[in-house]
Design a protein around this ligand. Structure first.
Ligand SMILES: [Zn+2]
Length: 285
């Protein structure tokens, strides 16, 4: 397995929502907000290749939202999904599978692309199967009022109706392909998928929105967006138990600087980041 971090760009979210019950005077020291209390966050996908399959995990926000949406979430930065793949020499046609951890727009918006010349929208990867799970798909199709703004049908419904979507069985630790297993979590949203990727001596944990940044390793840092925050807390503890094992790395989808961390336990028994950096740095660490 070869794994590469794919930065698809940045956007902004409300800092308070991102850090939940943690007071602003604490989180703002770690991550200073702008005048509107917004913080800049990465949208970082992961590309995994084993010589047969080319798997993309999550896709970022995409390019098809209107000005009103863009004014709200302020996508920014030079990087794009297609640009970052191209920099690795990977074409859109080569991608065989797109694993969508969940269907919030900042994770699956890039699955369907808008041709800016013709205005036509189509699947971003013409030969790929797009993977979700049935429980989450139903949840996203008929969302509760609190998550409604995060589930935009245009990001995923056409994949389903176009016969391009497939469901991963909802079974803890299920093997997606050899070398990638999936854990299901229910705190952030219903049946979000956390892929564990074997990479030589390492296991990369793509923690999605369970531990979106290195600051969220700290247990009380649970996003206000989560539908079941106490379950998020339990799931985070469970994930950190795995992350402290030798050879395990935590991958951060939203951290504005660090893609990855090696974690361990400090003298008080708390899990903490021992080293952070790019995925390549951490794999060679
Ligand atoms: Zn999410």
């Amino acid at each position: 397995m070869i794994a590469n971090s794919i930065l698809t760009g940045y956007f902004r979210l409300d800092g308070g929502a991102m850090f939940g019950v943690v007071p602003r005077r604490m989180w703002s020291k770690l991550c200073p907000p702008d005048a509107n209390n917004m913080i800049s966050l990465a949208m970082r996908a992961l590309l995994v290749r084993d010589g047969r399959r080319t798997v993309l995990i999550d896709t970022g926000i995409g390019n098809k939202q209107d000005e009103r949406f863009r004014a709200h979430f302020e996508p920014h930065g030079e990087e794009t999904l297609f640009g970052s793949l191209q920099a690795l020499g990977v074409s859109r046609e080569e991608v065989t599978d797109v694993l969508l951890t969940h269907l919030h727009f900042d994770h699956c918006g890039g699955a369907i692309w808008k041709n800016e010349l013709t205005g036509i929208t189509e699947p971003s990867f013409p030969n790929a199967i797009y993977w979700t799970n049935e429980r989450h798909f139903q949840w996203a199709m008929y969302p509760n009022e609190r998550e409604r703004a995060s589930f935009l049908r245009e990001n995923f419904e056409p994949l389903y109706t176009g016969g391009r979507m497939a469901f991963i069985p909802v079974k803890q630790g299920v093997e997606f392909i050899p070398g990638i297993t999936v854990r299901f979590t229910y705190g952030h949203t219903e049946a979000m998928m956390i892929p564990y990727i074997k990479n030589g001596d390492h296991t990369i944990i793509y923690s999605a929105d369970t531990i979106p940044t290195r600051w969220h390793i700290n247990l009380p840092y649970v996003m206000a967006y989560d539908v079941r925050p106490l379950m998020s807390l339990r799931e985070k503890k469970r994930l950190l138990q795995d992350a402290v094992k030798p050879g395990h790395l935590l991958f951060f989808e939203h951290d504005p600087e660090a893609a990855c961390a090696r974690v361990g336990t400090d003298e008080k028994g708390r899990v903490t980041a021992l080293a952070t950096g790019s995925l390549t740095d951490m794999l060679n660490d």
